[in-house]
Design a protein around this ligand. Structure first.
Ligand code: B1M
Length: 215
């Protein structure tokens, strides 16, 4: 297979052997982010479709995710970074009950490379932990990721909890993940939250929204 098709195939097949060699070759003709967005994420999309259709078993999905993570880790040092620093602090987490973290970690990389301090709490984080970290780090915003449909409900409960604790006005919230829709966030959740809540389709929209929040 040609290089980029082979790379995409590696994600689908969960094939790590020779991954770094292929990535180094790919870096000669394309920027790291483009490789992630156009090639690797396309592979993950196929994995999601196969799994959703019952054509791929969970351990193989996990193997694909591991290759994806290894690829992102290898590409990360090659990504563009801005000189600007100290643009603000965001606490980032995958919500309670949800283990998906590839998207969240991409958001971390993009924000960090663009001058934000990201406190990445990891997966399955209850709102109490997220809010303790926000207080400790004097965060300017909270970012929550979740890919399961049930995570969209958890996010709503988290926003209600933030209202109840009286932190909504000072903590804008950024939400993202495959199960969310723009209309759910912009119609339903803005009704719920007493602060500002926005939806980011991808890591770049997350960056734009953070820039707008901090402006
Ligand atoms: Co899971 N899984 N999974 N899975 N998995 C999905 C989400 C699913 C849609 C697959 C499917 O059925 N087609 C489905 C959810 C269905 C639903 O809820 N209706 C599903 C399921 C069912 C499950 C399990 C329940 C399976 C089981 O156990 N029977 C289980 C859940 C466990 C749990 O969470 N409690 C499970 C487990 C796993 C693995 C562990 C095997 C693995 C995750 C490994 C890991 O993350 N470390 C996995 C994977 C890999 C997927 C799919 C195939 C790919 C997800 C991914 O990494 N995509 C996924 C299919 C899909 O998403 N359609 C699926 C690439 C990633 C870059 O995209 O995270 O969406 P994403 O991030 C995007 C944007 O959404 C956005 O930016 C990124 C792009 O720039 N974004 C943000 C994300 N977060 C953001 C935050 C922001 C801003 C933007 O600001 C804060």
């Amino acid at each position: 297979l040609p290089l980029f098709e082979r790379l995409e195939r590696r994600i689908v097949d969960g094939e790590r052997n020779g991954l770094e060699t292929d990535l180094d070759e790919a870096l000669k003709s394309r920027p790291a982010l483009e490789i992630i967005n156009d090639t690797l994420l396309s592979g993950m999309k196929t994995v999601g479709e196969l799994f959703g259709a019952g054509l791929m078993q969970l351990p193989f999905v996990l193997a694909s995710a591991e290759v994806m993570k290894a690829a992102v880790a290898h590409l990360e040092p090659h990504m563009e970074k801005t000189d600007s620093d100290g643009k603000g602090t965001i606490v980032l987490a995958t919500v309670k009950g949800d283990v998906h973290d590839i998207g969240k970690n991409l958001v971390d990389i993009i924000l960090t490379n663009n001058g934000y301090t990201v406190v990445n709490l990891g997966i399955k984080q209850p709102i109490s932990t997220i809010l303790s970290a926000a207080e400790e780090h004097r965060a300017h915003a909270v970012g929550m990721s979740g890919l399961l449909v049930k995570s969209t409900v958890v996010m709503k409960e988290n926003l209600q909890e933030m209202n109840a604790r009286g932190v909504a006005k000072k903590l804008p919230v950024l939400l993202g993940g495959a199960a969310l829709t723009r209309s759910y966030v912009e119609n339903d959740l803005t009704e719920v939250y007493e602060g500002r809540v926005s939806y980011a389709r991808d890591a770049f929209e997350g960056l734009r929204l953070m820039d707008a929040t901090m402006a």
